[in-house]
Design a binder for this molecule. Structure first.
Ligand SMILES: NC(=O)c1ccc[n+]([C@@H]2O[C@H](COP(=O)([O-])OP(=O)(O)OC[C@H]3O[C@@H](n4cnc5c(N)ncnc54)[C@H](O)[C@@H]3O)[C@@H](O)[C@H]2O)c1
Ligand SMILES: [Zn+2]
Length: 359
């Protein structure tokens, strides 16, 4: 078992990573001063409900004397919507949940973002625990960003709302479809680029294209999470270096949305980082060889690296909604092999057009 501590202006919290974490949940709840008089609501999507982890957690909680309930959600990014939020608020009211209630997000980044946003807003905020079940959620479950999408763009409504703790039982990653494992590897590679070049070198030599077993997964998660923890501790509210975590996400979010989520988040991030690497090359922040190395890292993990054929004006329109102007152009976190990322505020349409064509 591993424990990472995250320092946050809104209260420090622990990340517990291990093989038997669900059975330890009652101990962690006690430690977080959540006692049996607090009703607990597990929010999970229907795929994860079919895998029995939520029922397993439910019976552990009931056995320990807690009242616990499950709220189910349709799988997929479309569930990060105002409509889903409204229906969950009513279901919470129907269950008689009020300020003493606690929400546990059991699932991937979609459930973490959605359930976290519900927790941040329901009755002005109730306690919230992340129980990630995807590799990608090693990223989304920490840092406190929660939110939902609007039809015009991703994550346009949200909050900074750190969890009370994160409970990561690595054994659940064994049931992840390979595509979802690969999606998670895109954010692991992103974290490697930002803060752990040794991890990148290891992944280049020995790509991890599927679940490697609990012990190795535990190490991988801890390495990726450490990079993110260090950055969010430095800049929790994203006024500076936290923007590095947006590597690949500016073009990535545009591609993800324009595909109507047929391209999943991690795949879109891989495409976005490769395209944004072309901007870095043109500006002299990366050599051609370094950009190729990054592209090969994604390819070795079965991830797409080329921007699909999309009307470039639509890409511009999505970037425009996603990124406010600051200075003379768009704000981007561009890949670099010598710094965590190059944060720039002057990327032009012409640069994005050229990068999308070259990638
Ligand atoms: N808040 C943040 O800081 C942050 C960071 C990165 C990504 N995100 C968000 O995270 C979302 C993507 O997260 P995701 O890729 O985890 O998506 P997801 O939650 O949709 O999960 C991917 C798929 O895997 C299934 N699944 C989950 N756990 C499983 C398991 N153990 N076994 C089998 N199947 C399982 C889900 O049902 C779903 O179909 C995006 O909405 C993105 O915007 C947020
Ligand atoms: Zn991401």
């Amino acid at each position: 078992m591993m424990e990472l501590e995250v320092k946050s202006g809104k209260g420090n919290y622990s990340i517990y990573i291990g093989k038997k974490e669900y059975s330890l949940l009652p101990d962690y709840l006690e430690k977080a001063h959540i006692h049996t008089d607090s009703p607990i609501v597990l929010v999970a999507d229907k795929n994860v409900l079919g895998l029995s982890y939520p029922q397993q957690i439910l019976s552990i909680l009931e056995h320990a004397g807690y009242k616990a309930y499950i709220i189910d959600v349709e799988p997929g990014d479309e569930s990060k919507s105002l409509a889903t939020c409204e229906s969950i608020y009513y279901r919470l009211l129907d269950l008689g949940i009020h300020r003493t209630g606690v929400i546990i997000a059991v699932g991937g980044g979609v459930i973490g973002d959605l359930a976290g946003f519900i927790a941040a807003t329901f009755e002005r905020g109730i306690r919230f625990i992340q129980a990630p079940t995807t590799l990608l959620a090693h990223d989304s479950s920490i840092g406190g960003k929660v939110g939902i999408n609007l039809a015009r763009g991703k994550n346009l409504v949200g909050a900074f709302y750190p969890p009370n703790f994160v409970l990561y039982d690595v054994t659940v990653l064994g049931s992840l479809p390979e595509r979802e494992w690969r999606n998670g590897m895109a954010e692991v590679i992103k974290h490697g680029l930002i803060g752990n070049k040794n991890l990148l070198a290891r992944l280049y030599e020995h790509p991890l294209t599927s679940f490697p077993g609990a012990a190795d997964a535990e190490q991988l998660l801890a390495a990726g999470m450490k990079v993110k923890v260090d950055i969010v501790e430095e800049d929790e509210l994203e006024s500076g270096i936290r923007m590095a975590l947006n590597l690949g996400h500016t073009i990535g979010h545009a591609v993800e949305q324009l595909s109507h989520y047929a391209i999943h988040h991690g795949e879109a991030v891989a495409i976005g980082i490769c395209a944004e690497a072309q901007i870095s090359v043109a500006r002299g922040y990366l050599t051609r060889e370094e950009a190729l190395y990054i592209k090969e890292l994604f390819q070795k993990h079965g991830l797409p690296t080329e921007v699909p054929d999309l009307p470039i004006e639509d890409v511009f329109a999505k970037i425009e909604v996603d990124k406010k102007h600051r200075g003379s152009g768009w704000t981007f976190a561009l890949p670099s092999m010598t710094e965590r990322a190059k944060i720039v505020h002057d990327v032009t349409r012409g640069e994005v057009r050229a990068a999308c064509e070259l990638s």
